[in-house]
Write a protein that binds this ligand. Structure first.
Ligand SMILES: Cc1ncc(COP(=O)(O)O)c(C=O)c1O
Length: 360
């Protein structure tokens, strides 16, 4: 067996310890004589898996009691609709447009009400986070929406926007559990887990209780109503059980690493190796304004599309996989999520140095 360093933006690298544990338990989970995949979601064993997973997530993020944790399906994209359907009481919402995912979310919300795009960084190909200290927040906005870490462009909100008292909704798909977070600043935090937490098929929604009501937009399906899942503790129907089990293992792994403070430290150390190299390189260039750089997704270019393609190809041959940038921006992107080891980033930088020397 040989594993590569996988820089995919998602689905992405998971901790090897977690994968090994899951492999060892594949045929017989904890003396049950069956795999978690084969198990009733109403069984005692699964009940313990999901309640432990929720508690560990609560511990890691310091989630207060007045927030519910929901394990749902449909990916992050389904939340683009579920959020307005459940939260748009006045049928008005403000969106901050920092990339394709926020753009898609805003477009979807437009099906349900008025969407005000109160800030955007599209003028410079989303290479920065706009100043959000004094936004024209709409008086009747039901919420203000952000995509906190922009997977495609490699930017991250270092400071949350001043929402002037309005509920903040954040897509944290690509920065979930990468650093400590003050949950009380948000009304809703959600993310697909397939980047930092587990296999695709699970989306986690952390939502303040007062936002969970029966008063949703007319025609909202039962399955797309937060209250359905909150009341049933994520067991209204068959949940993505195996995915939740892996998420639970990743929560334990993060706890064993020292929690979110330690995760942040490790992520900063990893990202620094790459950014420091980019800042002095004669060939490669980071594409993001320094102050807004993501710890998770690092886009870079040579400025020559053919050379970029050569780099991606040769990196792959050297065991450094999935470095091609998003199809909408080109160039390269290294996603260095929690489970990417420090050694992986060092190996990437060593390879970049060698490539630079060979391609002067
Ligand atoms: C920030 C962000 N939001 C949303 C999505 C969409 O996620 P999904 O494919 O789970 O719908 C992605 C996917 O890469 C993402 O990076």
């Amino acid at each position: 067996m040989s594993r590569v360093y996988n820089f995919s933006a998602g689905p992405a690298v998971l901790p090897e310890e977690v994968l090994k544990e899951a492999a060892a338990e594949m045929l017989d989970y904890n003396g049950t004589g069956m795999s978690v995949m084969e198990m009733s979601h109403r069984s005692k064993a699964f009940e313990e898996i999901i309640t432990t997973a929720e508690q560990d997530l609560r511990d890691l993020m310091g989630i207060p009691d007045n927030y519910k944790v929901l394990f749902l399906q449909g990916g992050a994209s389904q939340q683009f609709a579920m959020i307005p359907m459940n939260l748009m009481k006045n049928r008005v919402a403000d969106y901050i447009i920092t990339g394709q995912w926020a753009k898609k979310a805003a477009k979807e919300a437009e099906k349900y009400g008025k969407v005000n795009r109160i800030a955007s960084s599209e003028d410079k190909t989303f290479s920065y986070i706009p100043d959000c200290s004094d936004l024209p927040v709409s008086e009747d906005a039901d919420y203000v929406y952000i995509c906190e870490n922009n997977t495609i462009y490699g930017t991250k909100f270092k400071e949350l926007p001043d929402t002037k008292g309005k509920t903040l909704v954040a897509d944290v798909s690509s920065c979930f559990l990468s650093e400590p977070v003050d949950v009380t600043k948000y009304g809703v935090i959600y993310g697909g887990v397939q980047k930092n937490i587990g296999p695709a098929g699970v989306v986690i929604v952390i939502i303040r209780e007062d936002l969970i009501t029966e008063d949703v937009l007319p025609g909202t399906p039962t399955m797309l109503t937060y209250k359905t899942h909150a009341d049933a503790k994520s067991l209204y129907n068959t949940p993505p059980a195996y995915g939740i089990y892996i998420c639970g293992k990743v929560f334990k792994w993060i706890k064993a690493q020292g929690g979110l403070e330690a995760m942040k430290e490790k992520n900063e150390k990893k990202a620094k190796v790459l950014y420091d190299f980019l800042d002095q390189s004669r060939l490669f260039k980071g594409t993001v304004e320094k102050k807004d750089r993501s710890l998770m997704n690092v886009p870079f270019v040579t400025g020559d599309a053919d050379l970029d393609a050569k780099f991606v190809k040769e990196a792959k041959a050297a065991g450094l996989e999935n470095l091609k940038g998003h199809r909408s921006v080109g160039g390269m992107r290294a996603s260095i999520y929690n489970a990417m080891p420090y050694e992986g980033v060092v190996a990437l930088v060593e390879f970049m140095k060698k490539f630079e020397e060979e391609n002067q």
